[in-house]
Structures are given as C-alpha cells and as structure tokens.
Design a protein around this ligand. Structure first.
Ligand code: C2O
Ligand code: CU
Length: 567
C-alpha cells in the first residue's frame, strides 16, 4: 500500500536497491501523477519546535497606495522557543524562522492557495520525503506535515515552493522566506546579533499602474528568466537601514527569480564575507565586489565604525556582463539607459519587460548612520573549522558525476534532458554514504543557435515599439545564446574545488570573476558561459530522490531540473 511504499522509499530499504524503480514510481508521470496522500505527523517523532505555516493569498502595501495582491506564507508557533518566528514588518515574505542545530522540527504546511503547492527548505539536508519534491504537492485545503532534525551548520537558508512548472510564479507572487540556523560554533564567536544582524532578501518585481504584480510569461521571460524593474529588499522598495557606527552582520539571500547581483559598496569599501550558503568560512575574506545569484546566500561583515552620524553608504549592483545572451545584454544596457523600448529589441518586447538592465549600475539599499558609538565587536580572524575535501576523498576521482548545461531555442537542459519525473539515468544513481566528484560544464553555448533562435523569437514579437525593425535587425545580426546559470543541488552541501573558463565569453567572465566566492560550503553555484566548475559533494544520511536544477526559476520550470537517486 501507499504509506508502506512511501516508507520504503524514504528509508531506501529494499525497494530502491532493486535494479529498477518501483512500479508506483514509474507510473508517476509528472503530469498525470497519481495523488499521494499528504504526509501526516508521526506519533514517534517528539518535536522541540512545532510550527504551522500557511501558504495563502493576501493583499499587502508594497508601493504606497493601492494594496498589492500576493501569495505568501504566514506562520504560527505551536510550541518551542519564542524567537523561532519573526515577522518582517509589512512584508509579503514569510516569517524568518530561527532554528538550532540538533532541534527536531515539525512543520504543518497548510495549502490555503487556489492551486497545488509544496515547500522546500533550500539548503537544509532533510529526508527525501521532507525535501519538498514536486511529487509531494498538496492540493488546496490539504496539510503536509514535515518532520526533520536540523543537521545543517549555522547559516541562512531559504524556504520556498517547489511544485513543478509553477515554482517561479509562486515565488514571484511572494511565497518565500528565510530560515536561520544557529549552532554552538557560531555562538562562540559572538557575532553581531539582535538589531545588529540584518536579513537582506533581494528580489526584483514589476508593478502595473494599479500596484499589481506583473508576471509576463513571454517567451523571452522564459528563456532569460523574469526580470523586474524595481528592487525590493525584504519585500519593500527603496530600502534604507538606520545603523549605529559599529559592526553589523548582513545576511543576504538572493530570492529573485533570475536576477544576478554584483554587490559592491558605493564608496569602494571592500565587501567582507564571513559565510556563504552552508555557513561560516574558515576565516573572513574580502572582495572588491561579490556575485550573488538566485538561491545563493552571503554572510557579510559590515563595519560602520568611525562613520559620522548623518553619513550614508549605498549597497549597489555594479556593471558586469556575460550572464545573458550577448545581444540581450547589449540591448538591455542601451535601452535601459535611454528608458525606452525602441530599436532592435522592440520586436521581442524585451525592453518593455526589463526596465532595469541586469548588467548596469543601480542601487539596492541605503545605509544611514543615525547613532555614533565607540563600541563595536571586532572581526574574528578565525571563524569555523571544517575539513576541506581533496580528490583523495572521492569515490570517483577519474569520473566526475556530470552536470552538463545545454541551451536550445525551446528549452534549457541538464545532461541533455528536460525534467521528467521517472527518468533517472545511470549516472544519476548515487550510492549512499559516498563522496562524489562532480563537474558542471557549460562549454557548448552558442553553437548552432543563431539562426534558429532568431527565427523563433522574431515570430513571437510582442513589443509595442518598432516591431518590424526589431525582428529584421535581430535576424540579420544573429545572437550568441549562452548565459549564466545558478545550479542548485539538494541534499548535502558541497565544496567547489576548481573553476576554469575557456573560449568565447571569457570577457564577460572577467567582469565577475573577482566576486565568485568559492571557499566554504555551497548548495548553489553560479556557472558562467564557458565555465567548468568542479565540486566535491558528500551523499550522506538519506536515501531517495533529491533534485538538482537551475535556480533561475523560469529555467527550472521549463525543465532545467533533474533528479538524483541516492540508493
Ligand atoms: Cu531553492 Cu530546488 O530549490
Ligand atoms: Cu538556468
């Protein structure tokens, strides 16, 4: 029966060891998947923390004036420490969830939306059944009960929906939240906390004249991912933080669907990074700027000591290239500066959709010093201890698990395949309790794409200006279709061991490379055109199906997602 099979699936006992996948799993075609009963609370699980999260529709004030209709998470603490849930003031973002390593957590996810959903705890390593795989979607009115122990290191994680093909839209309309894990190692460092620790969730959105969110599923929005023309920080536009002249800890999460940021302080102060996706680094590292792709997090030490009361500082996104198809990047830059959608890209409706060019220079938020103080914590020179993997640790030194990025006019693929539920390939089956060398390569972009790409896009032209001209120009010039992808792997965190770039588009790479943080534990890595990224990832604790996918959410929904079967 179903629950017994699910138990076997979760524990991996028997069924997954068989040469072929179980019949019920085989039958679960993504689009005609038999309905699974939502997981229920287990009487044997004794939670330290119990939370109710509801995914629901609401209306909230974002730009001043008329309320904006959103989808969002609301939370209620049923039992556990009082500081487990913190509401962000007047934000559609879900409550900030604070957990401690070792805690047993039960979360009741209630779907009060009008459509199916399921929630994933991005970055946390939990049993497959608790991981928010799209096969576990629940219908409106249903509740899915998650039960897991927090085994991750202290860091900022990210919860968001994961239903196949509608993840991007649900995140865009507001279903997202931050989840902070604390642990002993971190506590000993006495890093800035309380009001001195600020979450910074970066997202971009577009609003119509009635303050309603616009989400345009044009072809180019799928191919490039959706770009907004307004930056929201913690769900609000024009963000400003009032600070004292001392050190702060800024916890960045890029919760945007597709937008990649190049973070830099307006006065050229280097960015001091103390942690990444999976927790603190061994020691602080400084960068002239830092890249932050969708799904990635950054722990930044920001010291405002010595800055006089009344002084201001801005965190900006700085100019760069190489993340979008070349022509789009070029045109977005031009169109954006001129504030119009005319000219060549008009035919594709692209400029209309992208008022804020991705590679341009624009402000994200402002820091205003409102209090002077002589006291500030000092930046610790050593942060965390962990072992760095080497090739000696891996089970497959000569044969990395491949993750090939490929782009075609109609789809973004991983390992040459689009997402299908029951399609696990031999190289996607990984023995439990092994450490694997993995290689993401993005070295085929651009080949043979030019004519086909343009033919297709010209035909879909939806811009309101210069339509005919746009198509003609684009068709004539061709386009190199090769863009950056943030690749995210569920399950254990991994370590990046090398990045190499070759061939075309290396010029774009040069504009971002000093801001790629490659030390520490990661679950999402930005892969630039022409790049090969090697990582080492342990597959411990849990058997079952865990996804890997592009965290450009439009790409993910388009099928740039696959499953690993840990067996
Ligand atoms: Cu943040 Cu599989 O996702
Ligand atoms: Cu992608």
């Amino acid at each position: 029966d179903r629950s017994r099979r699910r138990f076997l699936f979760q524990t991996g006992a028997g069924v997954l060891a068989a040469a072929s996948l179980p019949a019920w799993l085989r039958a679960m075609e993504m689009h005609g998947m038999p309905k699974l009963a939502p997981n229920r609370a287990s009487p044997d699980f004794k939670p330290d923390v119990e939370i109710e999260l509801a995914a629901r529709q609401g209306a909230i004030s974002i730009p001043p004036g008329q309320l904006t209709r959103v989808q969002h998470y609301t939370g209620k603490l049923l039992s556990g420490p009082k500081d487990t849930l913190t509401e962000l003031p007047s934000s559609y973002l879900g409550p900030l969830i604070r957990l401690h390593k070792g805690q047993k957590v039960r979360i009741h996810l209630r779907n009060d939306l009008m459509e199916p959903s399921i929630t994933h705890w991005h970055g946390l390593h939990v049993p497959a059944l608790m991981d928010g795989h799209p096969m576990y979607i629940i219908d409106p009115g249903e509740t899915f009960v998650y039960e897991f122990e927090v085994i991750n290191r202290a860091s900022l994680y990210f919860y968001h929906p994961h239903p196949h093909e509608i993840t991007a839209r649900q995140v865009y309309y507001g279903l997202a939240g931050g989840l902070i894990v604390n642990d002993e190692e971190e506590a000993r460092l006495e890093l800035p906390s309380g009001e001195y620790e600020i979450p910074v969730v970066l997202q971009d959105r577009r609003f119509n004249a009635q303050n309603q969110l616009i989400y345009g599923p044009h072809m180019h929005d799928r191919m490039m991912g959706f770009y907004g023309d307004r930056i929201l920080v913690n769900g609000l536009p024009n963000a400003e933080f009032e600070v004292a002249s001392r050190a702060y800890r800024l916890r960045f999460l890029n919760g945007s669907n597709a937008r990649i940021y190049k973070l830099g302080w307006s006065d050229g102060t280097p960015v001091t990074v103390i942690g990444v996706d999976g927790g603190l680094l061994e020691s602080p590292e400084t960068f002239p700027y830092v890249m932050l792709a969708p799904g990635e997090r950054l722990d930044v030490w920001a010291d405002f000591s010595g800055r006089p009361k009344g002084s201001e500082l801005t965190m900006r996104s700085l100019p760069f290239s190489g993340v979008l198809p070349m022509m789009a990047e070029h045109m977005m830059g031009r169109g954006g500066r001129r504030g119009m959608g005319g000219g060549m890209m008009g035919g594709m409706g692209m400029m209309g959709a992208m008022g804020l060019p991705v590679g341009s220079d624009y402000p994200l938020f402002k820091i205003r010093v409102t209090r002077e103080t002589g006291e500030s914590p000092r930046l610790p020179s050593r942060l965390a201890k962990f072992d760095r993997y080497t090739l000696d640790d891996v089970a497959n030194p000569g044969k990395p698990v491949p993750i090939a990025i490929s782009e075609s006019p109609m789809a973004m693929l991983l390992n040459g395949r689009s997402y299908a539920f029951n399609d696990i390939q031999p190289f996607e089956r990984i023995p439990i309790d092994t450490v694997q060398l993995m290689e993401i390569f993005h070295t085929h972009g651009g080949h043979g794409m030019r004519g086909r790409m343009m033919g297709m896009m010209g035909g879909r032209g939806s811009g309101d200006q210069s339509e005919g001209q746009g198509m003609g120009m684009m068709g004539g010039m061709g386009m190199m279709f090769s863009m950056a992808h943030p690749i995210h792997l569920h399950g254990d965190q991994f370590q990046v061991i090398s990045r190499t770039v070759s061939g075309q588009r290396a010029d774009g790479y040069a504009t971002v490379k000093e801001g790629l943080v490659s030390s520490g534990w990661k679950d999402t890595v930005l892969v630039m055109p022409g790049e090969t990224v090697r990582m080492i990832k342990p597959f411990h604790h849990f058997r079952g199906v865990f996804m890997y996918h592009c965290h450009n959410l439009e790409h993910e929904d388009m099928g740039m997602m696959r499953d690993f079967l840990i067996e």
